[in-house]
Design a protein around this ligand. Structure first.
Ligand code: C5P
Length: 304
């Protein structure tokens, strides 16, 4: 028997930070081989899907003006991909409420794709297994499978092959959002260029970091945070050095560029310290705005 699904539903999906991002060689398909540890953070986008006459997209909230509302939008592509695969009409109204910074290195677009995929599958009564959803998610973007899953996970391949990782307790973060976004392909290209002319730092194995995450001790995790894309993001936005320095001076345990940036993520000892670091950063004028968040949190979920 079919469960009753309303004509409209809302799915929320989390932002991510890469605790470890080791970038390997460029593959023949143009992607880089990754070893990465993702953590989902309590900063969300909400995607509301309603049955409609035609496929349409509406975006509100943080940075909405910079999100495409044409068929290139990842949430629209998710709905179309699912409809094509199951021979359905993709006529849905997609309304995205942004809470995740746009072009910030926190998988905002991937969160929207994961939410739209799960939402459309639910609205259309497609009783898809996790592997089926994961397979479609991976065709949409490297981070989309993680946005579906959430928690903490080791990602390999181009980031889409996931193994859940043990994480104890809650980690507390302050996020410094930049004035200008960064394009992910441009950051990867810049890393390739830096590697041609020099020897930027490499993250190495994530094993020690995974043990630190499992211990739940932020003091143990802090010195192990590593991101191979950080040198490239700093090369494209040198002002981020000041932001990273200001976070450390404000009392963070560690600061790192999140994914391809330019958001800077600061690990803090507890929730109070995260608020304190946030207010110092806001006062220092080194970023557009700040957020506090904790992780790990769940992946995309239909709101009841
Ligand atoms: O998979 P996604 O569409 O999110 O990737 C965006 C871009 O980031 C890719 O087109 C590629 O330039 C770069 N990328 C990469 N290696 C990865 C993931 C992303 O080079 N593993």
């Amino acid at each position: 028997m079919l469960s009753v699904v309303p004509p409209s539903l809302t799915v929320r999906a989390p932002a991510k930070v890469n605790l470890h991002l080791g970038v390997g060689d460029v593959r023949p398909d143009g992607y880089h081989e990754l070893q990465t540890v993702f953590q989902a953070l309590s900063l969300h986008d909400e995607v509301t899907l309603s049955r409609s006459e035609e496929l349409s997209l509406h975006v509100s909230g943080e940075g909405a003006q910079d999100v495409p509302t044409d068929p290139t939008n990842l949430a629209a592509r998710a709905v179309v991909a699912l409809a094509e695969r199951y021979g359905l009409d993709p006529a849905l109204r997609i309304a995205i409420a942004k809470g995740i910074p746009v072009a910030g290195g926190m998988a905002g677009g991937s969160a929207d794709a994961a939410a739209a995929l799960l939402g459309a599958a639910t609205l259309w009564h497609l009783d898809l297994s996790r592997p089926e959803l994961d397979e479609i998610a991976a065709t949409l973007g490297s981070d989309v499978p993680f946005s579906l899953h959430g928690g903490t996970a080791l990602g390999t391949g181009r980031g889409e092959q996931l193994i859940p990782a043990l994480s104890r307790g809650e980690f507390h973060w302050t996020l410094a959002l930049a004035r200008e976004g960064l394009s992910t392909p441009a950051v990867y290209r810049e890393l390739d260029r830096l590697r041609e002319v020099g020897d930027p730092p490499r993250a190495g194995s994530p094993d020690d970091l995974l043990a630190a995450v499992a211990s739940g001790d932020p003091n143990r995790l802090a010195p192990l945070l590593a991101n191979d894309l950080q040198a490239a993001a700093l090369s494209l936005q040198p002002g981020l050095r000041r932001t990273l320095r200001a976070g450390m001076e404000a009392g963070a345990l560690a600061g790192i560029v999140s994914g391809s940036g330019p958001t800077c993520a600061f690990l803090c000892i507890d929730a109070d310290s995260a608020v304190e670091v946030g207010s110092e950063l806001a006062g220092a004028g080194v970023c557009r705005t700040v957020r506090v968040a904790s992780g790990p949190v769940a992946g995309a979920e239909v709101l009841r």
